[in-house]
Structures are given as structure tokens and as C-alpha cells.
Ligand binder design. Sequence first.
Ligand SMILES: Cc1ncc(COP(=O)(O)O)c(C=O)c1O
Length: 511
Amino acid sequence: MDVLGHQPKKSRGVLATLDFNDEDLNSALCEATAVTKEYFDSVNEWRVFPLIQGKRLRHAIRERLPLEPTPPGKVIQKFRQTILENARHNLHPRFFGYVSSSGNPVGAIADLLTSTLNQNVTAWRSAPSAVEIELLAIDWIKEILGYPREAIGMFTSGGSLATLQALAIAREVKAGKNVSRNGMQILGRSRLILYMSEQGHMSIPKAAALLGLGKSSVRTVRADQAFRMELSDLERQIAQDRSRGHRPFCVVASAGTVNTGAIDDLEGISRIGRREGLWFHVDGAYGGFAALVPSICDRFRGIEKADSVSLDPHKWLYQPLDAGCILVRNRRQAYRTFSGSGEYAKVIAGIPGEDFAFFEHGIELSRRFRALKIWMAFKCYGARLLAACIEKNLRMAHVLETLVKANEYLEILAPVELSIVCFRYVPISVQKAYFCARPAQKQELDHRLNRLNEAIMTQLQREGRVYLSNAVLKGRFALRGCILSYRTEERDLRILIDEAVRIGRMWERKV
Ligand SMILES: Cc1ncc(COP(=O)(O)O)c(C=O)c1O
């Protein structure tokens, strides 16, 4: 019996190798590329979200650990029938669910090449060409944002890891007592306080928790009617914390909030941060790459002053997952936080450039060659075309806003700043009641509308023609349409409106 409880078969004299013979390799590659091509050709015609229920899907996927080989063609067919058909399709022109990248054909090709080359982009000596490509791609991103050339940056698994990394550096620099060596207890009773808008992303308190700051050290600053951080409330809270003996150390601004796409006043926050001696981090995970678009790049003014920035090429640069990115203004501060390798990993190279190691400037040691797809996208498409796709998404968001405003059943719930449109269905009878209701009655009506719109969203998702998600804005449940697929056209938005209203009319009598 072997460790798996099976009777070992007699040796068939098969060589222990993972290589295929020429014919098998060729045919597996051809089948994989055929599926890839079919996907890019036909996904627009598919349901956005699969019909299958969880239990049946699990049943279709579950099987015992395979001990013997299956021909790759058969495995690819299984992928085609079970995995691909039961996926949610982020590339679909009517996927409006989250701020998710659509992906793109160059990214798919690049990912194959990335795994073929299998570089560990941890240090120059382990992946010389890949390190140089990553440094170049990061330079291009700095150029897009007008960020200082001498800054350091790297690709990460996502915006959350970028923010965690940035806040670790902020903590190290601002705590002043080498907390990465001594631990947070060295600070005694004084508390490091971080500020973010009430519209800020959940990855920020999560990072605060992981860094030992505690979620209760994160102050949520009020957002104004446009869902931007209220600077007067930021200043008030900083003063209050100081008067209580706490140590304000960091402010996180949003360059595109996840709920509505609001861009905070980056210049203003940077000014307050400088005056108060705070680390200034900008979360540009969703919105940052819109700085590529000349007509709105001014809205990002101030980002170049940030001590650190998080970005997500796997959102609005159309890159397949995963590809986050961090930029840090002062590379010595990143080094101070993350260096300190074990003897076995120590970089021994006398030649400048060849002694560079990403692992001494960030969390990850082993790192995938994420930069290849980003480099290839800039090379194959050019920055102008990528900017044009983002600009089209921005235009489509304004088309959707216009369609919502023109529809008697729909109400816009937030200004449209980037490519997110938040709205809700309001039955005509409720509109009339709302108009003359007192605040308490309005609250009650909002409650009812919340339930109604929740039901609309769930049914929209299940029916699979369009996919929307939600946000809760000042207590109101919003249908949130995020436009990040370069394939979305006006007809897709008209379908979204028609479907939302059709389902709304169906549900308004039931809820
Ligand atoms: C504004 C913002 N920040 C951070 C994140 C986290 O990014 P990731 O999902 O890549 O970790 C998101 C994700 O939606 C986001 O929208």
C-alpha cells in the first residue's frame, strides 16, 4: 500500500518527467489557445453569471485526487465545460459588479509566457531581465502619475497588500522608535492614529489591525455630499487626538473611492499632512490609472506629493489578476522597514544595480513576474490606447447617469466622478410620499426602498443578463454600476436600465 492507501501498480518503465512529447505539447497548446480565442470571441453572448447552483457546481467539480494522468486535451475540455462555463465573466460588456478588470488578450498571452519562464522576481541575481522589466514598468507608472523618478515601486498581489506595505513603512518612519525591531510595546501608552475617509476602503483598517495599530486607531473622517473627505473634520479630529495625548501619524486619501469613485482633495490633504507631520498615503487602487486621461488628469493633482501610493493594474489598467502596485517616495524608508535578510538570502554583489533586491523593499520574498503583462500591455497597445479605453469608460458612465436621470423610476444617489454610477429604483407612489415626508418618515421610506433595491439587485444577478453590485450611501442602498470593461457600449447600458426597471416594477408590489 502507498501513502494514499492504494496498491502500487507494477512499474511500467515510464520516465519520471513532467515534459510532454512534441506532439502532445503541440496539441495541448493548440487546444488551450483555441479555448482562449473562443472566449475572447464569444463571451459577449454569454450569461454574465452562471445559472448553476452551488451544490450542483461542487458536485460537478469534486473528485478524488487523480493518481494517474489524464490526457491534457480532456483536462482542457473539462476546464471549458465546467470551469469556464460556470465562471462570472468580468470581461463581459454588461459586467458592472465591482471595480474589477476585464482582462485583455495580451494579458492572457503574457501570463502563459510568465509561467513558461517561471522567474522568481525577488532579486536581480535570481531574475535579471525580469527585474529590469519591472523597474522599467514601474518607471512608466511613475511618469503617468508625475511621481518622483527616484521613488521605488513594485507590483504586488493587489491594492490591499500595497496598502499594508505602505502603512508598515509609515509606522516604521513615524513611530520613531524602530518598531519593526522593538515591537509596538516600545511606544508605551501613546497611540499611533491613522485617518481615512468614511468612504475609504476596508483594506486600510485591515492593515491597521495586522500592523498592531488596532482598528480602533483608525479614525473615519466625515465625507461631504460629493463623498469626498471633509478637510475640516480631518483637522478637528487630529486636534482632538493630540489633545488626548495620541500621536496622529498617517492620513490615507482616496483617488477614487470604491463606493462612488470620489476623488479626495489630494492637494488639501497633502497640505494638512505636511503641516501635521503625517505620512500621506494615496489609495489609487481603483482610480489611479485614470490619471492617464488628459481631460481629467488634473483631478489627481497632489498624488505626486504622496509618501506612498497604492494602485491596481488589475482594476483600471485592464490587467488580468493579479497585479497590484505600490510606489514609495523615499526608497531608503522602504529598505529600512523591510531589509534584514537571512544569511542564505543575503545579496552579495559588488556591482551597482546587480545588488538590487525587491525583497529588501517589500513583504514578499518569492514573487511572480507580474510586470511582464504590464510591460507587454504598454508595448502592444500603447499608453494612448489604454487611456482611450479609460476615457470611453468615463464617457459610458456619463451616458448611464443621463439614462438614469431621464428615467422616471430611477434616482441618482451620488455624483459621477469616474466610472461608477450609483442609483436606485423608486416607485412613483413612493416618490410622491417622499416629497412631502418628514425626516422620520423619509427614513422609513428609505428602509422600504433599501429592501426593494436589494431584491432588484439579487434578481438582476441571478437572471444573468447584467451584473450589478451595491453600495450603501448615507443609509441608502444603491445599485452600483461600475464600468471597467473596455467592451461596454451604450446598448449595454440601455439593457441595464430596461432590466432594472422591469424587475423593479415586478418587485414594487411585493416589498
Ligand atoms: C479603492 C480601493 N482600494 C483598495 C482596494 C483593494 O484592492 P485589492 O482587491 O486589489 O486588494 C480596492 C478593491 O476594490 C479598492 O477599490
